[in-house]
Design a protein around this ligand. Structure first.
Ligand SMILES: [Zn+2]
Length: 354
């Protein structure tokens, strides 16, 4: 299995996030990716490469998923932030006001001139600091997803996009949950554009893949399935319930499997079987796995209790789908263990797929 990693990822390094009423050091740190890379060197699964995707191809793939209004904002946001006050260079931009767009309480069609207003318009939480290197890092992560897709379209059984920052909370025109560009959605769309007629996304991160669900919610060519902490108590709270089944042409092509905080591996694994049955019934030609490792028992911000050894079985189960598979690195905040857990999952897949 080829791995594509993002050489620009450390350009995105938030200082602090707003977490339950306090400013705390960011959970989503560059060391996460470094631990996975180190484990891949210790237990190689295949080549580890830097993506060689040209800018025009990358921009086109990003534009298939994200609105130009949004990416235009992200591309220039840091320069605007610093231009407002040179002292801003020493602090990250965090949103603090939001338009509640779907309640008709505020307008979202008019682009505000005020930077703080636009920062709120294009986001949904104050946990995702925007820094000097966020745009370059996010683009580098998307390039990993695209390179992994190209490997699979070229005939590889699987490939791993070791991207950072993560992506599955980012929607067509908003960031949040540490995510700016939805790497998994970009991968799924690129597989479609590369000729795969139906693509399934099976999100195994602890948190609901709200951005991915939103992006494909009205489509019947991309099935989105997510196993996650029940949003009535778990982030991102406002999406991810079992009754969200898709809309319009996409009716029946979204499946949420929320589980209560505290769920252990036996129950989680049964949900994975249900998810894989839905994937098989869809008869996809490729699979994207937004691969969060925050289902781990030691994760500081999550609530399932999977053990490190369980991830081998997760990988084996995913291999049983028998599909060309793109893995995209998402969450996982028990930094010391994230490398072991990620490589356990991928090794389990590779062994079973061989
Ligand atoms: Zn997560």
């Amino acid at each position: 299995m080829k791995t594509f990693h993002n050489p620009h990822h450390a350009l995105h390094q938030g200082r602090e996030e707003m977490f339950r009423g306090r400013m705390v050091p960011c959970h989503e740190v560059p060391a996460r990716l470094d631990f996975v890379l180190a484990e891949l060197q210790r237990r190689p699964l295949g080549s580890v490469e830097i993506p060689t995707v040209d800018n025009a191809t990358l921009d086109a793939a990003i534009a298939r998923v994200h609105s130009p209004r949004y990416t235009g904002f992200l591309a220039g946001a840091w320069d605007e932030w610093v231009a407002m006050d040179p002292a801003n260079a020493q602090r990250d931009a965090l949103p603090s006001v939001w338009p509640l767009g779907n309640r008709h309480a505020f307008r979202t069609d008019v682009l505000p001139a005020n930077f703080a207003a636009r920062l709120g318009l294009f986001s949904f939480d104050s946990g995702s600091p925007l820094t000097a290197g966020t745009w370059a890092a996010a683009r580098g992560g998307a390039a990993c997803a695209l390179a992994a897709v190209q490997a699979v379209l070229g005939g590889e059984r699987s490939a791993f996009a070791l991207s950072r920052p993560p992506g599955h909370h980012a929607g067509p025109d908003f960031f949040g949950g540490y995510c700016f560009l939805n790497n998994s959605a970009i991968a799924a769309q690129a597989l479609r554009d590369g000729g795969k007629q139906r693509v399934a996304v099976l999100d195994v991160d602890y948190h609901h893949g709200n951005g991915t669900q939103t992006i494909f919610y009205e489509r019947d060519d991309v099935l989105t399935v997510s196993i996650h902490g029940d949003p009535s108590t778990e982030y991102p709270f406002f999406l991810g319930h079992a009754d969200e089944r898709g809309a319009g042409a996409g009716e029946g092509f979204n499946l949420n499997l929320p589980l209560p905080r505290g769920t252990g591996f036996a129950t989680w694994r049964a949900a994975l079987s249900t998810a894989l049955e839905a994937v098989a019934a869809f008869r996809p030609e490729a699979l994207v796995v937004p691969m969060g490792l925050d289902t781990f028992e030691g994760d500081p911000i999550s609530g399932f209790t999977l053990a490190s050894a369980d991830y081998f079985a997760v990988g084996e189960a995913l291999a049983s789908a028998g599909l060309p598979t793109v893995f995209v690195f998402e969450g996982g905040y028990a930094v010391d263990a994230v490398g072991t857990n990620a490589v356990n999952l991928l090794e389990g897949f590779q062994r079973a797929a061989a």
